[in-house]
Design a protein around this ligand. Structure first.
Ligand SMILES: NC(=O)C1=CN([C@@H]2O[C@H](COP(=O)(O)OP(=O)(O)OC[C@H]3O[C@@H](n4cnc5c(N)ncnc54)[C@H](O)[C@@H]3O)[C@@H](O)[C@H]2O)[C@H](O)CC1
Ligand SMILES: [K+]
Length: 495
């Protein structure tokens, strides 16, 4: 399991502040660079012991400085090393200049680099400081290395990946492995950056935790280390009502499957009781396919109000296959007024596309009790300005949406981000690609609902649901369908 420090995610601008603080507290920046470059060399030798030649591509900043250290270390280990530099090494400054001088070998211009089969490329062109599209010579190197499919070890980040957003600036190396320092950066976790990093190794170069914590803005990798302290109580004394009662709204007779998936997932995720609330015309279809999940007719606001008198109904899932937009809005209002907790997904989100401002105040009081689970398209319906703003990272978008909506926002994708109105954000990384299948989102909504019903705080409920959903996908394996997922939901990772 990760320690809390392992979960830190710090954007490049804040990393620069970390570096400044470290220097101010007397830590040698040259020493940091030495350890960084040594770590890269060690990782490259370990991963590619059969390399015929290590080609170290060094850029004009400190990323290049790390590259010169790695070149020296690889050479000292007896490897064949060639260095190619972007820009004139004589114009390097500070630590990078010192490390370039300490490299005893030659440094040819990057333009002269001709990749050969058997090469392993150490990409030290750009890291945290990449500010715009890769320059021409770097683009050509990316293309040439890609043509021969040479293995790449990226220093800090694959050059071309924006460390803040994960976006590709012009083009980027596709690395087999990325050696980064201190902690992960958003670009290692957000797509498409994540898919270009290969395996990511985080190396501690000796910056103390107290300095890191000062600059870590509540962004973390989603992990049991984050929410393990908020798990529902376990034990034999647990009664089905103390394990929470979840209600899931069914769609019309022609669209009942999605809600049943949510309900089944809710039960498997630990809700003590799950009731499917069905309009009359869909009762028969639902009844024919339910066993442990209970069924109740709810045919309008009156029925729902009566139901809400039962205080044990703690949490609701509304949206999967729901269909009726007007009724969705009315139900959401009732649930909000009754002080209950709600997962709003799919059609439940779309129902507020023309009037998101009618949704957000409903849940503004007190601790968050609304969880929104949009994919990108649904997100754009509620937050069109945030969706269109190309300067924002996925983390920024989710954080701003959560603050605006007073909801925990689960912005789904291969790199799902979970954000809380208080500014905390988590990036998830355990979902296998085959989890993106029809009905997968319905299952996720049901797991979140089950966690809410069991009394977990909304942020922890949502984050742990995303994690268990990812694990379920891994356990069910490639070729899974959404029906396989509920039974594959793993038990809580209790220490
Ligand atoms: N604490 C740590 O994590 C440490 C990290 N180290 C390494 O330092 C780099 C960051 O170094 P920095 O000098 O800030 O940035 P870069 O080397 O990535 O490059 C910046 C350099 O390049 C110029 N520039 C930016 N974009 C472009 C472009 N598209 N075309 C041309 N030139 C560009 C920019 O103006 C700068 O001059 C980090 O990634 C680690 O690898 C330290 O070694 C140890 C401490
Ligand atoms: K790099």
């Amino acid at each position: 399991m990760h320690s809390e420090r392992d979960t830190l995610v710090i954007p490049p601008a804040d990393m620069a502040a970390v570096d400044r603080d470290a220097a101010d507290s007397g830590i040698s920046s040259l020493g940091l660079m030495e350890r960084a470059g040594q770590a890269v060399a060690a990782a490259a030798l370990r991963r590619f012991p059969g390399a015929l030649r290590f080609v170290v591509l060094c850029g004009p900043g400190n990323n290049g400085g790390d590259g010169y250290v790695a070149a020296r270390a690889l050479s000292a280990a007896g490897a064949d090393v060639a260095v190619f530099a972007l820009g004139d090494p004589a114009r390097l400054a500070g630590d990078a200049a010192a490390m370039s001088s300490a490299w005893a070998g030659a440094a040819a211009p990057l333009q002269d680099f001709r990749p050969e089969t058997g090469d392993v490329v150490i990409d030290a062109l750009f890291g945290a400081g990449l500010a715009r599209d890769l320059p021409e010579a770097a683009l050509r190197a990316v293309e040439a290395v890609g043509t021969l499919a040479l293995p790449v070890v990226a220093v800090d980040l694959p050059s071309g990946v924006d460390g803040r957003t994960g976006a590709v600036l012009g083009a980027a190396f596709k690395a087999a492995m990325t050696v980064t320092f201190v902690c992960r950066k958003p670009g290692h976790l957000l797509m498409p950056g994540r898919s270009l990093c290969g395996t990511v190794e985080v190396f501690d170069i000796g910056i103390p935790a107290r300095i890191l914590m000062r600059h870590s803005r509540h962004i973390r990798l989603n992990s049991p280390a984050i929410w393990g302290g908020a798990l529902p109580a376990a034990g034999q004394a647990a009664h089905k009502y103390t394990r929470g009662h979840l209600a899931v709204f069914s769609g019309p007779a022609t669209a009942t499957g999605a809600a049943r998936l949510s309900a089944a997932a809710g039960l498997c995720a630990g809700a003590g009781l799950v009731t499917l609330l069905s309009p009359e015309p869909a009762l028969a279809a639902n009844a024919a396919q339910l066993t442990a999940v209970m069924l109740k007719e709810v045919d309008g606001e009156e029925d729902l109000s009566r139901l809400l008198e039962d205080r044990r109904l703690a949490a609701f899932v509304l949206g999967p296959g729901f269909g009726d937009m007007e009724r969705a809005r009315a139900y959401v209002r009732r649930i909000a007024e009754a002080g209950r907790r709600l997962v709003l997904d799919a059609d439940g989100i779309t129902a507020f596309r023309d009037a998101p401002e009618a949704l957000f105040p409903l849940f503004a009081e007190g601790a968050p009790r609304l969880v929104l689970t949009p994919h990108d398209g649904e997100f754009a319906r509620l937050f069109p300005d945030l969706a269109e703003d190309g300067t924002l990272s996925k983390i920024d978008r989710a954080q701003q949406a959560a603050a605006r909506s007073h909801a925990v926002v689960v912005l789904k994708g291969a790199d799902t981000v979970i954000a809380s109105p208080d500014g905390r954000a988590l990036v998830n990384d355990n979902a296998p690609p085959w989890l993106a299948t029809a009905g997968s989102g319905d299952v996720l909504a049901g797991i979140v609902g089950a966690h809410l019903a069991q009394g977990m705080p909304a942020f922890e409920a949502a984050a742990s649901a995303v994690w268990r959903h990812g694990e379920a996908g891994r356990i069910a394996g490639e070729g899974l369908t959404a029906e396989d997922l509920p039974a594959a939901i793993p038990p809580w990772p209790r220490p």
